[in-house]
Design a protein around this ligand. Structure first.
Ligand code: BGC
Length: 765
């Protein structure tokens, strides 16, 4: 097998960075190979290629799938991570099946595989697409090392409701930031050539509108008007397509009463016709069979018909589930009845085979088991995970410059809270196969940082738990039993007295990893359990107090925001999280992340996002009355917000051509200066507003950003281009993409409330 791997490697090197003509020759040759294979396939074998099954090592035996692999009835498996088993199944497919078509192995490599990176919402907080690309390059390398060819990522769903647990898996609320992040994830996973032995095929998901579910409830129906769909929810998907994403996953929920998995408007009109997407579409798990549950399809066969003809090429199923494998059980019959044509089936099979050829699976089907450990344990992976976690933290408050702390003084540090020493929770959801013991908690990170001369002690203080358990508990294992009432009282008291006897207190509060993610929606966004009570009690002691948040969504921290001197949002920062947080707390790294979401004061403000339209009562008006009379209408922290240990100023905002014609571009530039005494990084953000047009436009929209590193006193000029793509929008009035002559307000600054402003006039061509 090693020899095969070596031959494969040489081939990959030759193919890498091919010039365009060679590339098109390569795709022509793939087309020829696909057609040659297709012409030899039986109907049953074709149906096999559109059939994907979960395989859970924990509960399943190889014998359950092996006969079907041999018979060519399964084209793809997901959730396998053991290279030995992967090679075993692959061997049956490529050596014992009639046509020797390799299996495609998929897995949710969301934010790392062996080395866990910050959760995607955190990575978006870095506002650093290059970093995201590097992180996913490593995730791809680690996953491909065990034989995984395909990741179900990135999730590019726009999320404007923090009650929705899956907000943690995306890049937040904004289509521009979301698009830049989507493209970076795709580039990281796929590189320039997915057949390379350290790359995987990416899958943009969940197409489309999943983040807009009613009430933030997972899987709930979404009602999205066309203008909002085109301007807000679809752009990150389009960006992923433009970046060459190889596959797409259809979403679970109803979009405007048509389930996304049976939605021909999404899958045919938008994805194929409007965008020219050439990859294949996989259903989300059991989303085909569930078309019956939705009250959309009559029965399983009708579900297969509706999903397949809408444009879902491959069905993802749980073996043994009565609603599973609708394609495998119905497509042959549907073809005999003439409801599905052979040509339609060929089209789907073509796309899947093309992906297998592109991934190099026919030349290089196996994985070299002996190389896995070396690839996984490359110290460079952990180094980058630490940098990624540092760069993803967002400093929300730092009154009196409490941070950074000095390393040798204070002499005693109390590290308190249920998340302070939890290896499981520092990693975040979708961390299934990494070595949990190698994750570094905040407590461990602080201890390693300050050394033995400082006393660092820990008390959890309170325990937290979901009211209804997470379905992922089956994979992640149970959590420890809830404390008894006596334990609860004792632990609370212990934490308070530890705080009382320490010089400084670091409280690490937030959420368990399974409190966000899939099937993890929440009605309230308050700190779970008695965490706020503990925070208030300890804050009452008057000690210097730092709050570190480990969580997957914005939480209601209104009380802390005005009572706790320093607040650091770390999200679920991954394997190296504890070290990275210690780096930030002690000034070995400077926070520079920015919020990718508008942070509400409480769940009562949801939905709240910065790019809303202006009402007849603009917020800028004195005695503004449009929102609520009982709470401020502004969020707790605006989109794009985040502090540093230094300060910055923006000046000299200018537009190279203050008047342009429709279709032309102009350059916007601004000077950013580090006005403090430490080195730091600022994210310059450009927002626009179109003053009038065929439709109302948002009060502000992000249209450019750049994270800049500045030494104390250093000044740099940041330049952005504003042109057709930034100034075009989908008008609900014209029902088309338009770029209109109008006056635009521009702002550049450090968040969505930036005040430095100028204008741009766009005139008729
Ligand atoms: C999730 C997808 C995921 C799939 C496979 C589904 O429940 O919605 O995001 O990729 O499972 O694990």
């Amino acid at each position: 097998m090693r020899a095969k791997v070596a031959v494969g490697l040489v081939m990959m090197l030759v193919l890498f960075d091919l010039p365009v003509t060679a590339r098109s020759r390569q795709s022509q040759s793939i087309d020829r190979r696909v057609e040659a294979l297709l012409s030899q396939m039986t109907l049953e074998e074709k149906v096999g290629q559109v059939h994907q099954l979960f395989y859970f090592t924990q509960f399943m035996k190889p014998e359950v799938v092996e006969p079907d692999i041999r018979a060519g009835k399964i084209g793809s498996l997901l959730f396998l991570t053991d290279p030995v088993l992967i090679n075993r199944f692959q061997k049956i497919a490529v050596e014992n099946s009639r046509l020797k078509i390799p299996l495609l192995f998929g897995f949710d490599v969301i934010h790392g595989f062996h080395t866990i990176f910050p959760v995607p919402l955190a990575m978006a907080s870095s506002w650093d697409p290059a970093l995201v690309e590097q992180a996913q390059t490593i995730a791809a390398r680690e996953a491909r090392a065990v034989g995984i060819h395909w990741t179900f990522a990135p999730m590019v769903d726009i999320a404007r409701d923090p009650r929705w647990g899956r907000i943690v898996e995306g890049a937040g609320e904004d289509p521009f930031l979301g698009s830049r992040m989507a493209a970076a994830h795709v580039r990281g996973f796929q590189g320039t050539d997915p057949s390379s032995p350290d790359r995987v095929l990416a899958c943009m998901k969940h197409f489309a509108g999943y983040g807009a579910g009613n009430g933030g409830r997972d899987y709930d129906s979404a009602y999205i008007a066309d203008a909002e769909l085109y301007n807000v929810y679809l752009p990150p998907f389009k960006a992923a397509v433009d970046a060459g994403v190889g596959s797409a996953m259809s979403a679970y929920m109803d979009l405007n009463d048509v389930p996304a998995t049976g939605n021909a408007f999404l899958l045919r009109d938008v994805l194929r016709k409007q965008w020219g997407f050439k990859g294949f579409v996989v259903s989300d798990a059991e989303a085909v069979g569930n078309l019956v549950t939705h009250g959309f399809a009559e029965d399983k066969s009708d579900a297969a018909y509706r999903a397949f003809t809408a444009g879902v090429d491959l069905e993802m199923s749980f073996p043994g589930n009565p609603i599973a494998s609708a394609y495998a059980s119905s497509l042959t019959k549907l073809i005999a009845e003439g409801r599905v044509t052979k040509a339609q089936l060929d089209e789907a099979v073509r796309r899947i085979l093309a992906a297998k050829f592109k991934l190099g699976l026919f030349e290089n089907p196996y994985v070299d088991e002996s190389r896995v450990a070396a690839i996984h344990n490359n110290p460079e992976h952990r180094r980058l995970a630490r940098v990624a976690a540092q760069r993803s933290t967002v400093l929300l408050r730092n009154d009196g410059n409490l941070l950074p702390l000095a390393k040798g003084d204070p002499k005693s540090v109390a590290v308190i809270g249920p998340l302070a020493d939890s290896k499981r929770d520092i990693r975040g959801s979708w961390s299934f196969v990494d070595d949990i013991n190698s994750a570094v908690t905040v407590l461990e990170g602080i201890r390693a940082k300050v050394g033995s001369s400082v006393k660092v002690e820990f008390a959890p203080g309170v325990d937290i738990a979901r009211v209804y358990p997470s379905p992922f508990g089956i994979i992640q294992g149970p959590r420890s039993a809830p404390w008894t009432e006596t334990q609860k009282r004792a632990e609370f008291e212990k934490a308070v007295s530890l705080a009382r006897s320490s010089d400084v207190v670091v409280m690490v509060l937030g959420e368990h990893e399974d409190m966000s993610g899939e099937a993890a929606s929440q009605s309230s966004i308050e700190l779970p359990g008695r965490q706020l009570e503990l925070l208030k009690t300890i804050s009452g002691l008057g000690k210097p107090l730092v709050l570190v948040l480990i969580n997957g969504r914005p939480l209601d921290i209104s009380w802390a925001a005005s009572n706790v001197s320093a607040i650091l949002e770390a999200w679920h920062p991954g394997t190296e999280g504890g070290n990275a947080i210690a780096d930030i707390l002690y000034g070995d790294a400077t926070p520079g992340g920015k919020l990718p979401v508008t942070w509400p004061r409480s769940a009562a403000q949801i939905p709240i996002y910065y790019a809303h339209n202006i009402t007849q009562e603009p917020e800028t008006k004195k005695n503004f009355t449009s929102r609520y009379w009982d709470i401020p209408s502004s969020p707790l922290y605006p989109f794009g917000y985040g502090l540093s240990y230094t300060t910055f100023s923006f000046s000299n905002l200018r537009v190279s051509k203050p008047e342009i014609k429709v279709g032309e571009s102009t350059e916007v530039s601004v000077d950013v200066e580090n006005t403090g005494r430490r080195a730091g990084e600022e994210v310059a953000q450009l927002y626009i507003h179109q003053r009038y047009g065929s439709a109302s436009r948002p009060v502000r929209e992000l249209k450019g950003f750049e994270r800049v590193a500045l030494a104390p006193g250093q000044k740099k000029t940041v330049r952005f281009t504003l042109g057709k793509s930034e100034l075009t929008y989908w008008s609900g009035a014209v029902r088309e993409w338009v770029q209109e002559p109008a006056v635009f307000d521009l702002w550049v600054g450090s968040d969505a409330t930036a005040s430095l402003t100028t204008t741009l006039r766009v005139v008729k061509r």
